[in-house]
Design a protein around this ligand. Structure first.
Ligand code: BG6
Length: 287
C-alpha cells in the first residue's frame, strides 16, 4: 500500500502484478480497478477535478442522500454531499502481494458533512470496496441513528471504460420499463426492446433489479454488472453536446465510457425507521 495516488487526495492503492486498484478518501471514491493483465475497467476523465470539496468525474461516485437534485428538484450539490465530503478511512486489508486482494472500508456521518439544508437527519454510512483479480465489489450501508424516519436516495454511479460506445450494447434490460430523462424527452414510461445501444445522449432510469452485461466489441470484452438492494438501474452517456458543456469532461471522452448505476431514487427512495439499515451493493466482473 502506498499513498497518495491522485495528489493532493489521500487514498489507498493496490498494485497486484499487472493490475492496479485505487480508492480515495474524498467521497470514499473508487477510482481504478484494473484486473491483472486486463485493460482498466473503470473510466476517469482526464479533465476531472481532484480537489477537496469537488466531485470527481469517473470511477464510482457515491450518490447520497439524494440523486440529481432530489425528489423535488431543489437540492444542491447535485447527487448529494457524500461525494464531495472526505470520509473517515477505517479498516484496510491489503493482501495484494499474496492473493491480489484489497479491501478498504470508509465511514461517514452527519457531523462530517456539516449541516445540510433539507436533510436534518442522523445516520452512519459505511462504504466497503473489495478489489480482487476477479471482481470489484462496492457496498454502501446506511443506518438510521436518529429518532425519526430517514428518507434518502442513493446510487453507486459507476463509470465504465469502453473501447467505442457506438459499438457497445447493454444486455439484461429487455422488457424493462424506463423513464427517459434526457431533456425534452417524453415523460411517459417506455419499455426497453432488446439490448440498449447508444446513438445519442442517453439518460434512462430502468425499473430493474437484476444484472446486466456490457458487451464491448471494440475491446472484445463483456462486463457483468450485478447488484443487490437496488430497484433502479441508470444508464448514462452524455454524447457530444452534454460532454462539451461539462467543464470536467473532455469533449471527445464520451466515446470511451458509459455509466451503469445501481440506484434507489424517486418512487423507490428508501425510508429507514430508527435503528434500521439498508445495503446497496454492486459488483463488476469480466464475463
Ligand atoms: C447521471 C444522471 O446519474 O449523472 C445524469 O442520470 C447526470 O442526468 C449524470 O447528468 C452526471 O451527473 P453529475 O452531477 O456528475 O454531472
Amino acid at each position: 500500500m502506498s499513498q497518495p495516488i491522485f495528489s493532493p487526495l489521500a487514498g489507498v492503492e493496490g498494485c497486484p502484478e499487472g493490475g492496479y486498484y485505487a480508492v480515495v478518501d474524498l467521497g470514499a471514491h473508487v477510482l481504478a480497478w484494473q484486473p491483472p493483465g486486463q485493460r482498466p475497467v473503470l473510466w476517469t476523465s482526464g479533465r476531472s477535478h481532484f480537489e477537496p470539496g469537488l466531485a470527481i468525474r469517473g470511477g464510482v461516485p457515491v450518490v447520497f442522500p439524494w440523486f440529481g437534485t432530489g425528489p423535488l428538484g431543489n437540492l444542491r450539490p447535485a447527487h448529494g454531499v457524500a461525494r464531495t465530503t472526505t470520509w473517515r478511512r477505517g479498516e484496510v486489508v491489503d493482501t495484494t502481494t499474496s492473493d491480489g486482494r484489497l479491501t478498504v472500508t470508509y465511514h461517514l456521518d452527519q457531523t462530517m458533512t456539516g449541516p445540510v439544508p433539507h436533510f436534518p437527519h442522523s445516520y452512519e454510512a459505511a462504504l466497503t470496496a473489495r478489489f480482487s483479480p476477479e471482481s470489484l465489489a462496492v457496498a454502501l450501508t446506511v443506518t438510521n441513528t436518529g429518532e425519526r424516519d430517514l428518507p434518502y436516495e442513493c446510487a453507486l454511479h459507476t463509470y465504465l471504460a469502453a473501447g467505442d460506445i457506438t459499438q457497445v450494447s447493454v444486455e439484461g434490460l429487455d422488457g424493462r420499463p424506463y423513464l427517459d430523462t434526457v431533456p425534452g424527452a417524453s415523460p411517459r414510461e417506455r419499455v426497453q426492446e432488446g439490448p440498449v445501444t447508444f446513438t445519442a445522449e442517453t439518460d434512462r432510469l430502468y425499473a430493474h433489479v437484476g444484472e446486466v452485461t456490457v458487451v464491448d466489441p471494440a475491446w472484445g470484452r463483456r462486463l457483468r454488472v450485478a447488484k443487490q438492494g437496488s430497484a433502479t438501474t441508470v444508464v448514462w452517456n452524455p454524447w457530444v453536446d452534454k460532454a462539451a458543456a461539462m467543464a470536467d469532461f473532455g469533449d471527445d471522452e464520451w466515446t470511451g465510457m458509459l455509466c451503469i448505476e445501481a440506484a434507489n431514487l424517486r418512487d423507490d427512495a428508501l425510508l429507514l425507521a430508527p435503528g434500521e439499515s439498508h445495503t446497496l451493493s454492486q459488483s463488476i466482473s469480466l464475463a
